[in-house]
Design a protein around this ligand. Sequence first.
Ligand code: CTP
Ligand code: CA
Length: 230
Amino acid sequence: QRVRQEETPLAGKKVVVTAGPTHEPLDPVRYLANRSSGRQGYAIADALADLGADVTLVSGPTELRAPAGVEVIPCETARDMQATVMGLPPQDVAVCTAAVADWRPASEANQKMKKKDRSDVPAPLSLVANPDILADLSMPSASRPRLVVGFAAETENVESYAIAKRARKGCDWIVANDVSPATNVMGGLENQILLITQDGVEYWPRMTKEEVARRLALSISDWFCSKSDF
Ligand code: CTP
Ligand code: CA
């Protein structure tokens, strides 16, 4: 029930979008998480589906409804998200918007952790590194998506950190945003981004997350159009 063929330039393209936070359990009732709402990722999945793409949205826990025509695969932890994404059939495009927890508790208690008395505190938390899904997706391989887009959430030095992040991750584009509290981006309705590609840096004005999504989806379809084998 989506729109006509000429309005669906991404018809036949498989796209995976990661979105939302991850929850990293400490025990059966507690977890480490972050402030991501998932809104930007869901909006991107929706905008890509509007252009005809076959979109799989791999989502950490959010309060959001599945966009029309998008397959949502829910997951909880970074390791779940990695296994889900890497287990998909080959994709043409990957857009990693998820605020994946960088670290998880080194161990998960089988039962709820209990206090011995009112002042009892647990041992200091010991954390270990989570897998990096964007870096894994970006590794050269026969099944690497042709276009891998990462996000960079920064609270300072946004442009230089994001340029360095693009190189470090091996992705093709980075959408960089300033998530310091004063911007009200993380969890908010608007976003202001820099798009970093092989050609340089585009500065986009502040706009709603839906408008960012629409513009990014159009940039992706333009990129495919610019490829002679489209
Ligand atoms: N990302 C990921 N897996 C992780 C961490 C990040 O896939 N374990 C992805 C995010 O979805 C995003 C990009 O990598 O597309 C950058 O995430 P960000 O948190 O900004 O960068 P990090 O490399 O984790 O560096 P840092 O948090 O130290 O800035
Ligand atoms: Ca991170």
